[in-house]
Design a protein around this ligand. Structure first.
Ligand SMILES: [Fe+2]
Ligand SMILES: [Fe+2]
Length: 231
């Protein structure tokens, strides 16, 4: 894990608790319009999620979102590994790929924390069968891995833009969840060994979901910064 990136992320995620700071940061890419292909793929993903889990946010839907959301970062790392094999002699290209790898590695650790902690909460608050609870999200994740891998190699911009759309959806869902359930979430005490191991503190579920919402906004913006900066 890149320590400088982790410190930078934690500093930013804390700053985003301030509504004005968050609005300014979100505003940087609120109007960004991805290409047609990622928009079609993104709409299909969101549509499929809404059909299986409903339009409204829920613990179960978040668990599925998180299982799928960590996959592009893993697949980008795999794609970078493949591409790096072809360009050891091109130092600038190798640097650009290494930069993606750092971003992806850290985001993957962050998403893994989300999915582990949210899985505990989902088991506590919502009962789910094997199909909706595990089989479908893992099936989605399998195809999404290869989809992102191939897209990264053949058209990197589309892969980043698809991730931007998926992270935008996650950010909106967590924002609605916090608004709709503020009192309930503030009354639910948070206890998670994994969260503690990760280095985050949250006294209530509300605190935890504020962290997660802000993480998703950073992932959203950094996906487009990767396009702009050609990471
Ligand atoms: Fe996440
Ligand atoms: Fe994310």
């Amino acid at each position: 894990m890149n320590v400088r990136n982790m410190a930078h992320h934690e500093e930013r995620v804390a700053a985003l608790r301030d509504a004005e700071v968050r609005a300014l940061y979100a505003g940087e890419y609120d109007a960004y319009r991805p290409g047609l292909f990622p928009r079609v793929l993104g709409a299909l993903l969101v549509f499929a999620g809404n059909v299986v889990y409903g339009r409204e946010p829920s613990y179960l839907k978040f668990r599925a979102v998180e299982i799928i959301a960590r996959v592009p970062y893993h697949s980008w790392n795999a794609a970078v590994y493949t591409l790096m094999t072809l360009c050891f002699a091109n130092e600038q290209r190798a640097l650009a790929l290494a930069s993606t790898s750092r971003f992806a590695h850290f985001a993957q650790e962050n998403e893994t924390m989300h999915v582990v902690v949210i899985s505990q909460l989902a088991a506590l608050h919502e009962k789910a069968g094997f199909i909706r609870g595990s089989f479908l999200p893992v099936l989605f994740a399998f195809f999404y891995f290869w989809w992102s891998y191939v897209l990264y190699i053949v058209h990197r911009r589309s892969s980043y833009e698809l991730n931007f759309l998926f992270e935008s959806h996650a950010y909106q869902q967590y924002s609605s969840f916090l608004t709709q359930n503020e009192d309930v979430l503030k009354a639910r005490v948070m206890a998670s060994d994994y969260l503690e191991w990760y280095g985050r503190e949250a006294k209530t579920e509300y605190d935890f979901f504020v962290w997660v919402r802000n993480d998703e906004l950073i992932h959203r913006n950094e996906s487009i910064e990767a396009v702009v900066c050609k990471k």
